[in-house]
Design a protein around this ligand. Structure first.
Ligand SMILES: Nc1ncnc2c1ncn2[C@@H]1O[C@H](COP(=O)(O)OP(=O)(O)OP(=O)(O)O)[C@@H](O)[C@H]1O
Length: 363
């Protein structure tokens, strides 16, 4: 039954028969995902939110594609529409040639289970199961045999480098380890497409590197597959074959591969990169505001800063700016950058503040 449904919604044969040979030019390779004029409109009372405004893109076999864009630009909505967790309001999404926008629920479920693995930002692990148990779960849902599951779990745990943590439950694992378990879960049923929503969002930079390596190795071993990563982290571009910039629900720019060893080229000075830098900067500001507004945030009270530099409101929040390079020695003073958030004019400001005289500290 599903076969008939999928057959009926299949694209022209050329798509599915295209090659997954990585040595071929991109456009001659198999298209694993194709979005054609995809719209997603949310109704909020009387208001219409157009989250996707005619997205067109192809993701080819053997590619890692990063999607970047400011908050609210439609990244998560796009992943949800591709994965079948949400439905496009108009347009078509083809997964390996099958039009999932035209399928009934059962057909979409089948595609989702067979072709797509999803990595979420917040891991979504089952707390009562061990790392191994979590990795096994998607295979149990897919009704795989016990023998198959045993072999595959072993293989996956090795692939993510967690052999020594296999019997640990999520609460004893670090953020990076939890994310690796989540990735193994996404790989479990051997899907063609991995969709990852901010996979390095809640982990440190060393763990991020490990995760990027796992993705890189996965694609090297599986040239017929594709990975799509939504992120605000420009470092992830190191593993990307292409970066798509999304803004206001539209893909506005495509950036090529960067030299994997160079961090400088992540911030190269061409037009596309400037656009992306702006987006990253906007996101950093937003993250900072969220951090400052977080009630668990530990405040340092800079006595000298009492009012908003712009509107002079006394209702301000202030803290260390925790970015690299936020300490300097200036006129024998160790100075640091304070970050100030004004809830009245909703602006972030920075101000250098003296901590102590370094000559006194030495003597
Ligand atoms: N269920 C919903 N109902 C109404 N509006 C929604 C819904 N989901 C998303 N939106 C709106 O659609 C737009 C795109 O949201 P989306 O979550 O896709 O953005 P994003 O780029 O992933 O943002 P972020 O980086 O903050 O996660 C936003 O304006 C958002 O408020």
């Amino acid at each position: 039954m599903i076969k008939n449904e999928t057959e009926a919604s299949k694209m022209d044969e050329g798509f599915i028969n295209a090659s997954d040979d990585k040595s071929l030019p991109l456009k001659q390779r198999q298209v694993n995902i194709s979005c054609q004029n995809v719209f997603r409109i949310f109704q909020q009372g009387n208001l219409e939110v157009v989250a996707l405004k005619g997205v067109n893109m192809n993701i080819y076999a053997g590619e890692i594609v990063v999607i970047m864009g400011p908050s609210g630009s439609g990244k998560t909505t796009l992943l949800n529409v591709i994965s079948g967790m949400d439905q496009a309001s108009a347009g078509h999404v083809f997964i390996r040639g099958f039009d999932v926008t035209r399928m009934k629920d059962e057909g979409v479920q089948q595609i989702l289970q067979n072709e797509i693995g999803i990595v979420f930002q917040f891991f979504n692990l089952i707390p009562s199961l061990t790392a191994e148990g979590n990795v096994e779960l998607p295979m149990t849902i897919a009704k795989k045999s016990n023998e198959y599951k045993r072999t595959r779990v072993h293989e996956l745990i090795k692939e993510i480098g967690l052999e020594d943590r296999a019997h640990h439950r999520p609460f004893t694992l670090s953020g990076g380890e939890k994310q690796r378990v989540a990735i193994a879960m996404a790989f479990a049923n051997n899907p063609t497409i991995i969709l990852a929503d901010e996979p390095t969002g809640n982990i440190d930079s060393i763990s991020s590197e490990k995760i990027m390596n796992i993705f890189r190795q996965f694609i090297q071993k599986n040239p017929d597959k594709s990975i799509v990563i939504v992120t605000h982290n420009p470092e992830v571009r190191k593993i990307a074959d292409r970066t798509l910039i999304i803004k206001d629900g539209q893909i506005i720019r495509e950036l090529g591969k960067i030299d994997s060893e160079s961090t400088e080229s992540i911030h190269a000075d061409d037009e596309g990169m400037q656009e992306m830098d702006k987006i990253v900067q906007m996101q950093k500001e937003k993250d900072k505001v969220e951090k400052i507004l977080n009630p668990d945030f530990r405040f340092i009270d800079f006595q000298d800063i009492n009012v908003c530099p712009r509107c002079k409101s006394e209702n301000i929040l202030k803290n260390f700016d925790q970015e690299d390079g936020s300490y300097k020695v200036k006129n024998n003073q160790l100075v640091t950058r304070a970050v100030i958030f004004c809830p009245e004019c909703y602006q972030v400001y920075y101000q250098w503040v003296s901590l102590f005289d370094i000559r006194q500290e030495v003597s």
